[in-house]
Design a protein. Sequence first.
Length: 253
Amino acid sequence: MSTRRPLIAGNWKMNGLRADGLALAEGVVARRKAERGIPCDVLVCPPFTLIADVARIAAGSDVAVGGQDCHAKVSGAHTGDTAAAMLKDAGCGYAIVGHSERRADHGETDAVVKAKAAAAHQAGLVAIVCVGETLAQRDAGQTMDVNRTQLRGSLPDGANAANTVIAYEPVWAIGTGRVATPEQAQEVHAVIRAELAARLGAAEADAMRILYGGSMKPDNAKALLALPDVDGGLIGGASLKAEDFWAIAKACG
Ligand code: PGA
């Protein structure tokens, strides 16, 4: 019997000017304070510009704050980038690394993602390592191979259930309204867990959380979160409304 506590993580992406972003954070924090008993961890990942303010709003509330990316290096001449230690310093406990949008928009390879995850660990952050196949890869029957390969290449040495969360995000389901069926999600999550067991041992694999991401909404969350190997969600669009985000968290109860 697993003791994994679900993680409901909001990935705001490049959304949120100050007024809207802070109101959204306040909405999430108020709901968490009112319903502390819902059995999940809650995380919001705002754009970098709002992290410090959101961290202040979330302080003492049981809502964690994360960055959407970090640089692999500790500091230096990397214009426009943000080091993991800076995220930590601004109040983050997590960093998403290897999101498919960063892999696509910024050419991030598995090796880059691995270095970023290692940097997050070094800074004392939990790394949320994202993997997922494109529609073309799924149609070509490559889904399991692609996810195994990404996982192998993106997971740094020293990864364990305390410092790492995996997010399975089929690229074809992100922002499309086309969600993986429970069968499709469970199938890949089970393969990821088996791969984790081969790499880290059964106990660590059993304890590590694997999130599903891709058009998770209040109306499909319960079926996905009930799956044996789905331990929460990485939520984009539906995390931009406190009410919808919280409805997903409540599906853990
Ligand atoms: P979505 O995004 O919920 O809008 O599909 C998920 C993600 O990319 O993390």
